[in-house]
Design a protein. Structure first.
Ligand code: TXE
Length: 498
């Protein structure tokens, strides 16, 4: 059993990391300290990389891409590396979960579950690496044969956020590698540890040096420089809509790099009167409280049939009060700490706005004092109306806003009344209702009588201002390729010059 399996306390001294360049840790940089949001003690020391470090990482990724040691090997060989990575992740699961909890504040049981999902990502990507293929056209006449090749885009920049540091990383890295690309990753400054540890694991699994590099530091300097880098062919960004917009500008102002963007959400959960209300309430409580609501697919807008609204909100409030919020290293904890003090302030300011703008607080609404760390009660507001801040803005916390509807048309209209389109959930026992709502609500991920279900076979991504492109599954591998049309003349040329 791993030494981390039964660890129940934060470390007595922070662990120092280097950044990951060309297959090894590099030290010697100024360090910044990260404290555990659940315990308030320093847990990691992370390098402040410079733009020169970033340039070295891009150069390493470029060299490895061009020398064909990764792009030029067979899909089967790439799959071998991805499957060995999955095995090492299995062996180091408890250790990775431990560092994830310390930097992010999520519950240990949830973190372990996420690592299991990450293992599955590597396994699915291994299969996709072997099956990736192009197309052919036998319809161009006897003298012309057409082939469509899929080629890796090249060097990918990957910028990730702090809410699911390892999960979001693993929903991208194996699929990027499966396509034959190499990469430079810039994790969030507050949650860099597990992204660095993945470097060790990939190296042990046999990934060529330079295929995976990690530069750590601030988004405004290193992140911005990565988005502007002229030798990066594609950039995958997951984070706020405002930084997403600056990423688009940076790409336009430099080399028109291809972009993948996963941005914010204000996701509806629509509950009809004929739903199993106990199931739907459990789903709604989970959908807003999972990962303390710091989740791009959190179901943050409850849209409930007026005929059952009062009853449903009562069931939901009862369930929300029973959620176990506490020390993320405690096995029984269901909801942990808010990841940063800045995010804590943002959430509390939205709760204050909800009260001030006239919404009715049904449950929660307070900061919790557990003696250490930053915790907020799962919160439900009812009587929320269009125009209130809690109706429109992504709060990124455990704050659910409830709206009531009278007709299916109104439910669909409310669900679509947002600039976002990341995810949605509908609860009804009537197949006609569930399917017609699913087809008309504009969102990249949909759950019918369930919430946040799925596996890495399924594509992820958003409609509208929630982003561009898709990650994971075969779709995720294809995203990191570009197609080349090849035309082959199989006969005698019909001459132009007579
Ligand atoms: O995100 P940022 P923040 C939303 C959520 C949250 C808000 C702010 O609403 O409250 O964003 O979170 C890097 N060029 N989401 O401030 O700043 C940064 O270092 C390039 C939703 O943490 O967007 C980090 O690695 N990169 C989201 C990453 O971008 C830059 C998840 C995300 O940070 C940069 C997280 C720049 N100029 C927040 N500035 C989701 N969709 O899940 C920062 N970064």
């Amino acid at each position: 059993m791993s030494q981390f399996a039964n660890t129940q306390t934060a470390p007595t001294a922070p662990r120092e990391f280097g950044f990951w360049l060309d297959g090894a840790y590099q030290g010697g940089r100024e360090l910044f300290e990260r404290s555990s949001p659940g315990h308030g003690v320093p847990v990691t020391l992370i390098p402040k990389c410079t733009v020169d470090d970033l340039n070295a990482a891009v150069a390493a990724a470029r060299r490895t891409f061009e020398d064909r040691s990764w792009a030029g090997i067979s899909g089967a060989e790439r799959a071998g590396v991805l499957l060995r990575t999955a095995q090492i992740l299995r062996d180091r699961r408890d250790e990775i979960a431990y560092w994830e909890v310390l930097e992010n504040g999520k519950p240990i049981s949830q973190a372990r579950g996420e690592i299991d999902h990450c293992i599955a990502c590597f396994e699915v990507a291994a299969g996709a690496a072997r099956l990736l293929h192009g197309d052919s056209f036998n319809s161009l006449g006897d003298n012309l044969f057409g082939m469509v090749l899929r080629e890796p885009v090249g060097v990918v920049g990957l910028i990730t956020p702090w809410n699911f540091p390892f999960l979001i990383l693993c929903e991208r890295v194996p699929f990027i590698l499966a396509s034959g690309c190499t990469m430079v990753v810039k994790p969030s400054e507050v949650t860099s540890a597990t992204t660095l540890i993945l470097g060790e694991i990939l190296a042990d699994a046999g990934l060529p040096k330079g295929a995976y590099n990690v530069v750590t530091g601030s988004g405004r300097t290193i992140g911005q420089a990565l988005t502007e880098h002229p030798d990066v062919d594609m950039l995958s960004f997951t984070g706020s809509t405002s930084v997403g917009r600056s990423v688009v500008h940076a790409a336009a102002d430099t080399n028109f790099k291809k972009l993948g963007l996963e941005l914010g959400g204000k996701n509806p959960i629509i509950v009809f009167a004929d739903a199993d209300l106990e199931d739907a309430a459990d789903g709604a409580a989970f959908g807003i409280s999972f990962n303390t609501g710091q989740c791009c697919v959190s179901s943050s807008r409850l849209i409930v049939d007026r005929r059952v609204a009062k009853e449903f909100e009562e069931i939901l409030a009862r369930k929300m009060k029973k959620i176990v919020v506490g020390d993320p290293l405690d096995e029984s904890t269901q909801v942990g700490a808010i990841t940063t003090s800045q995010q804590n302030e943002t959430i509390m300011s939205y709760i204050a706005k909800g009260n001030a703008e006239g919404a009715r607080l049904v449950t929660g609404g307070s900061q919790m004092d557990l003696g250490k760390g930053t915790y907020i009660e799962p919160t439900l507001f009812s009587d929320v109306t269009k125009g209130m801040s809690i109706a429109t803005d992504e709060i990124f916390g455990p704050v659910l806003s409830s709206f009531h509807f009278d007709t299916t048309e109104e439910a669909i209209h409310l669900a679509n009344d947002t600039v976002y389109g990341l995810a949605a959930s509908v609860w009804s026992k009537n197949i006609d209702t569930a399917l017609s709502v699913t087809r008309r609500v504009r969102a990249g991920r949909f759950w019918v009588n369930c919430i946040m279900a799925g596996g890495p076979e399924m594509p992820l991504g958003g409609f509208k201002q929630s982003g561009w492109g898709r990650e994971a599954g075969v779709y995720g591998v294809e995203e990191y390729t570009q197609v080349k049309s090849v035309h082959i003349d199989t006969g005698k040329r019909s001459h132009w010059i007579k």
